[in-house]
Ligand binder design. Sequence first.
Ligand SMILES: [Mn+2]
Length: 312
Amino acid sequence: MKQEIKNMIEQYNKIIIHRHENPDPDAIGSQAGLKALIQENYPDKQVFAVGEEEESLTFLAKMDEIDEEMYEGSLVIVCDTANLERVDDKRYERGEALIKIDHHPEVEEYGDVSWVDINSSSVSEMVYELYNAWKQDGMSLSSEVARLLFAGIVGDTGRFRHPNTTEKTFRIAAELTNYTFSRPDLFNEMEKSSLSLKRLEGYVLSNAEILDSGAGYIKLTSSLLTSYDVTSREAGGIINTLSTLEGLKAWVFFVEEEEIIRVRLRSKGPAVNKIASRYNGGGHELAAGAKVSSWNEADQLLAELEEACHKG
Ligand SMILES: [Mn+2]
């Protein structure tokens, strides 16, 4: 599979890399890491990373702006995205060939070549494995690529705490620490928080409800977010504020946006991705996302979460 991906990369002179909407450090780290890995080893190729710019992650990488014509005769690689609907920048369809590289449980099969490894902590870990397979052919990996992949692994493993962290994850992370990027600087960037977001965390801690089933929840209306001067995306980023609460089995953040209510689910045991898939979403067993269109529907979802907690 890794050889097949390399063969395809070698066949194309234009390579455009996409990832999922609302990117996280793994989406950007794997996307920009793969871009730089290819670019540094094939300097004659044109390689791009596209998608909406995420302000809080520009310390990792900035996105490229390209014209539609660039897709003609190109290879498109999609990182970290289980289904095509979630791909950021729908122009991915205009490429000549498509590769999927992902670690989410398969939601939709796509791509001329598809490499899905649900046992990998992150796609950043998978990109390192690509390099590992390719290095016998003389490929090299720079400190910048190492920084991007390390960030992706740290992001998706919650700093090596989530159960997706394996011996292989640590081994790859250890390899990456041989490179000369500054880990303290990277951690500082990844963990920095504005005062308004810290204050919203205070609100969440004061107002979250923990039910007898072990399900926890908080409802954040758009007017509340406005009063705290925090975006919906930023609010989603503090979901782990509740993670250490005693007695909590699974929890959900309902974050109201203009037209929908975004749902972020986390769990310490009961699978939450099946619930998410019934509400326009999906994800991992212990971390998933969904969308509902009303507070009534949010309560329905919460009832399903409680049921899962009773069983789990
Ligand atoms: Mn990921």
